[in-house]
Design a protein around this ligand. Sequence first.
Ligand code: ADP
Ligand code: MG
Length: 712
Amino acid sequence: MRAQSEEPETRARSHATPPTFSIATPVSALAGIGPKRAAALADRGIATVGDLIFHLPSRYQDWRNLTPLAALVPGTTVTVEGELGKVVERPMRGAPWRRLASGWLTDGRARIRVVWFNLPGYMRGRMPSDARVLAHGRVSSAPDGSLEIVQPELHLLSAGTPPPVRPYYNLPAGFPQRLFSSVVTKILPEVAAQIEASIPAEVRHEFMPVKTALMGLHAPGPDADVKALNDGASPEHIALAFDELFAFELALGLERERAAQRSGIAIECSGPRTREWLSSLPFTMTRAQARAIDEIAQDLRRPTQMNRMLLGDVGSGKTLVAFWAALSAVEAGCQVAMMAPTELLAEQHHASFQRLCAHTGVPAALLTGKVQGSARASLLRSLASGAMPLVFGTHAIIQERVRIKRLGLGIIDEQHRFGVFDRARLKALGPEANLLMMTATPIPRSLALSLFANLNISFLDELPPGRTPIQTLLFAEKDQARVDAIVREELAAGKRAYYVLPRIDAPDEEQRSVAATAERLRRDALKDYRVEVMHGRMSGADKERVMAEFRDGAVQVLVSTTVVEVGIDVPEATVMAIIAAERYGLAQLHQLRGRVGRGRAASRCCLVASADADDSALERLQLMTRCGTGMEVAEADLRIRGPGDLLGARQTGALPLRFVHLVRDYRLIERARELAEAWLRRDPELHSASSRPARRAIKRMLSLGFSLGDVG
Ligand code: ADP
Ligand code: MG
């Protein structure tokens, strides 16, 4: 079947094959890949031979172990051998435009049916009767009780023995699997000499060479461990991931050293006004906050740029640390810009600053998209002249027209919500400005140290005193009334409540929409309270008004989309109901849940699972009820290996790592950092010949649009 699968195009073009290839050769030069197929591959980012050989199989089929037909069990995936009788095609019942092909496979002792809904192109009209074949697929029970394999892969034994383990690739529609596979395995040995590992041979240790790994992934041998291959946990996968990580960690290490040399505005933080403000606060800083403040003060004092990340669980009090840094910088004569990902959050920061810091006499402005016209013009003037010392805002801060005369400190709240370019733009506002980034990304400490190795990190690993842990409860959709009853209980005790829904208004999903839910609550369950809505389609002024009323207690129930996810801080809110909770990742649920439990009173978070949520989704939600802290959530996430849930797509997308699974490989990431640091001690500027491939790998990462100053 292998030979038969070769398309006419392959044969016609094979004589035109150029004699030598390099990894830079366009794929269109390869036998079997005409202009159409080349274009389809290019759409998937596969333009050159180099791209092709690094396009790894997405899964593997094991053709080595044959199961006797008499021993088949429904639900298992098997390879079987037998005589295939005549395959007949007929229109499908109920869908006559589709053709159903079926035949019987016998091995002398038993027989099963094989069925195709649409005969694969390579089989159409070519299926010999009474051929000995191998078939691979999943066994199921037909309605009549007999066993069948639907849509099996076939291999004609007359075409020779099949490859023991067959790779399958994510390919453009209609691109033949076997063509891709044969092109890769043919070209790989030819260009092998040009494939270099970034990791120097001296420290490669336990990892196999990259070329060997690629060969093993594209053409697994007879002893391959298919489970490991399918899990992405084979030594080959690990070797590729490690090679990439090593270059990445080298790049971070280099950047950290270079940044430490870059001149930055030195800020002396022991000004009397800031000290006075600290003692005026209605509470004392936690030990973790005090430690972070110390660390920031030491950074700021130096005439080099600060690049510090403040990592702290939701509610750990990052904002106060930021306010302290801002006041210190202003007192030292600098301007400060603090950027947040949403208008709501920027407004809240501005308002909290007024509440907590107005008595220091430091004026602060708010710059969001809705500050327009003359107000905007005069604000921009005062920032450019240096008259306005402190500005809170959104992306509006980093738009073209904004100039800040003496930016000494840029602060980015919820930094994981910003792209790398946003951070670069904020820095560009003040070439010598210090940078403080804050995030509640739940990430184990050691992973944070490795992934943000170019930054200094302060961990806020302590919540302010007097917090009672949030109780998280899981409900089925049909028990919504019980959730409403819990909310009513809290409201009766004078507290406030959030409902979070995935849709704003959706006729097809009424019970999951903000509009319909607000209606329902007003009509009935919460008719004695004021229920207001909040979502991204409302005007800034409306949002601000509703938020203020909710904060002050005039509104008791906020029915909202996830716009309240980040940063919103209303200590009197003690209950949150998250509807269709299965739609969110663990990290996001943890962020959302963090909107309650911000005061002394006990808080509850009710997760409501939709009726159609599947078992694995329910299991995740169950986990949420047991994990209280961000660290517990992060570790649970590591255990169940959720798909990139941990850092969120945005963040991982910003990293130039193709083969690394941040969750799966986190031990590997630490090891790469250790080895990279050791290597940098030997060759700090990567000038030795052994470092040359690593330099090239780093350059490649940079060419992918990855900017070192902005990792993290
Ligand atoms: P996050 O780290 O999630 O941004 P916030 O900075 O919004 O957390 O702080 C959460 C709440 O805790 C706020 O209401 C804040 O005023 C309060 N808070 C911060 N630090 C302390 C402290 N040391 N003692 C008591 N309350 C604090
Ligand atoms: Mg915050």
